[in-house]
Design a protein around this ligand. Structure first.
Ligand code: ZN
Length: 308
């Protein structure tokens, strides 16, 4: 199966961590299986943080082990530090993302770490990974979070993002990704950041973006990313998670709407949209009272819609 764009489903991590109810492990497994059957080939299924911090993701190791049994599925997980990375490797994750907040205020509040401390931690993670045999070594990505702006600091200087991208690439991470954690981003800003990182670090060091739809700019930013040549887009089934600051707006880009846009444009995602929309029922049943978003599921597929 050849795909033009790899959709990385993050609902099980970014979505579930931002809502109160805890989804049972069996329901997470059913969700993963349904989306895999619909053609999804990358899913971020949890985060290796202490269970006390995020009880919604306390079963991440078990969920990763389950997902790793599905052939051809790239199983991704978040790890905020070396400890989490070790756990991710032990459970068999194929891709591990460490978030590095471009806002130091946000970094101190969320990870309790200064920029210098995060950079030192990333260095320790690279050293640890180098001790592993190739077949056990996951792809190690640093996500440049709050890269488009911060709810605590406001604007984040673009040269700061470019400089940190270069520093972590020089430390030996496989890739960086750009993350619009706060939904502050716009398409031209995304273009400047992507082109700047490619120029400074090499175009093989940034292939994915993580966009939010807090201000309704998610698909516009995604389109710009695709036009530039970005090949991996994060999104979330039903835009699950929402956003406490913008009632009625989804958190992440809605996977169903993103697949519809790309496939209608003739770009292949490998995903069967009708099957993807059916998968919403599992999530709704497992999370009563949680709002799911998406224009395409509400409106239905147009007559004559065809996969790319
Ligand atoms: Zn996010």
């Amino acid at each position: 199966m050849t795909t033009d764009i790899l959709i990385s489903e993050v609902g099980l991590r970014d979505g579930l961590q931002s809502i109160q109810p805890i989804m049972p492990t069996a329901s997470k497994q059913a969700w993963i299986a349904a989306q895999y059957a619909a053609g999804c080939r990358e899913m971020e299924v949890g985060s290796f943080v202490p269970a006390g911090l995020l009880p919604q993701l306390a079963d991440t190791a078990e969920v990763v082990r389950f997902a790793a049994g599905l052939e051809g599925l790239c199983v991704a997980a978040l790890a905020p530090n070396l400890h989490g990375l070790r756990d991710a490797v032990a459970s068999g994750a194929h891709k591990v993302t460490l978030p590095f907040s471009m806002s130091e205020t946000h970094s101190r509040k969320n990870l309790n770490r200064t920029h210098a401390q995060v950079i030192a931690e990333i260095g320790s993670c690279v050293e640890f990974l180098e001790t592993l045999p190739g077949e056990r070594r996951p792809l190690f990505e640093v996500s440049l979070s709050t890269a488009f702006g911060c709810t605590l600091e406001g604007a984040v200087p673009e040269d700061r993002v470019l400089s940190f991208a270069q520093q972590v690439v020089e430390l030996g991470v496989d890739e960086v990704s750009l993350s619009d954690t706060t939904g502050y981003g716009n398409p031209y800003q995304l273009r400047r950041l992507v082109l700047g990182i490619w120029r400074n670090c090499g175009s093989d060091k940034l292939s994915g973006v993580h966009l939010h739809n807090t201000r309704g700019q998610g698909l516009a930013n995604a389109l710009m990313a695709v036009e530039l040549g970005i090949t991996t887009l994060d999104s979330s089934l039903g835009g699950i998670g929402g956003c406490p600051f913008a009632p009625g707006a989804s958190g992440n880009i809605v996977t169903e709407d993103l697949v519809f846009m790309l496939e209608s444009m003739g770009l292949s995602t490998g995903i069967d949209l009708a099957a993807l929309i059916d998968a919403r029922e599992l999530v709704t049943a497992a999370l009563p009272g949680v709002e799911l978003f998406g224009f395409t599921p509400d409106a239905g597929l147009p007559i004559g819609y065809k996969k790319a």
